[in-house]
Design a protein around this ligand. Structure first.
Ligand SMILES: [Zn+2]
Length: 263
């Protein structure tokens, strides 16, 4: 089982070493901004590294929205990130499921997702799997609750998309972690990546504040059970830098090693 962390993008492999991580995830540009990602000088090194690389797309991307001034730049930026992530040998590009505005028909959000992926396919393809991530908040989200996720997958399932399951987002979003992997896989058929995070906030709070695995409101055994059931690589997006995340990675290895054998 590959276990890693979301890290600073400056020197991701050094960050991996500092955490004894087998995988890293990072941003290629300011996550709150619209800047096109620039080519990285270490593309070759990252591509050939033993450490698995994942890229997280900026938070501003919302390909589902009915607001074309957000939607059109979003799908362009998503495609630019897919190309930049492919250039560094990333295994997947994580992007949030997005949402429609209050009062808008959720059906338009799912259809806009389909259009964004068709646009990408017509523009030369994404080059790597897009991993749509479940989100914690919003009443009109495409990938917060599983009923919405099922409709989203009906719309995008013909495209090459994967799923990233975030345990904090599921809990805060109001989905029970017990048995969640089976319920998700019944919809998506796959889980490509687990974001293993505890939550500072309660079940169904809709708030997105990650905590270290042995802190927070989620029983850490449930997070471990999700990872075990998913059988997918794991990224912790927890606080505390190398020390906090390194501790979370060591904790997970300790819990999982008995069943998965030596790393
Ligand atoms: Zn996440």
């Amino acid at each position: 089982m590959r276990i890693g962390a979301h890290v600073d993008p400056t020197d991701p492999l050094a960050e991996a070493t500092a955490r004894a991580a087998d995988a890293v995830q990072f941003f290629l540009s300011d996550p709150q901004g619209w800047k096109t990602p620039q080519p990285r000088a270490d593309a070759e090194t990252l591509s050939s590294a033993d450490v698995d690389v994942y890229v997280h797309a900026p938070y501003v991307i919302n390909v589902a929205t009915g607001n074309n001034r957000i939607r059109i730049p979003s799908r362009k930026l998503l495609l630019a990130h897919a190309k930049a992530a492919t250039a560094i040998g990333a295994k997947g590009l994580v992007v949030h499921g997005g949402h429609v505005n209050a009062g808008d028909d959720p059906a338009t959000g799912f259809d806009n997702w389909r259009k964004a992926l068709s646009y990408a396919a017509e523009s030369g393809g994404l080059g790597l799997p897009i991993l749509i991530e479940n989100t914690a908040g919003g009443e009109n989200a495409c990938a917060r609750r599983l009923d919405a996720l099922a409709r989203l997958w009906d719309a995008v399932g013909d495209h090459e998309v994967g799923f990233c399951l975030d345990t904090c987002h599921a809990h805060a979003g109001g989905e029970e972690l017990l048995g969640l992997v089976d319920r998700v896989k019944a919809i998506t058929g796959r889980i490509d990546l687990v974001h293993a995070n505890n939550s500072k906030d309660g079940f169904g709070s809709g708030r997105d504040r990650h905590d270290n695995l042995s802190a927070g409101t989620i029983d850490p055994d449930l997070v471990v059970a999700v990872i075990r059931a998913a059988g997918a690589p794991v990224i912790v997006e927890t606080p505390g830098g190398a020390e906090g995340q390194g501790g979370d990675i060591a904790y997970l290895r300790g819990q999982l090693d008995g069943e998965t054998g030596a790393r």
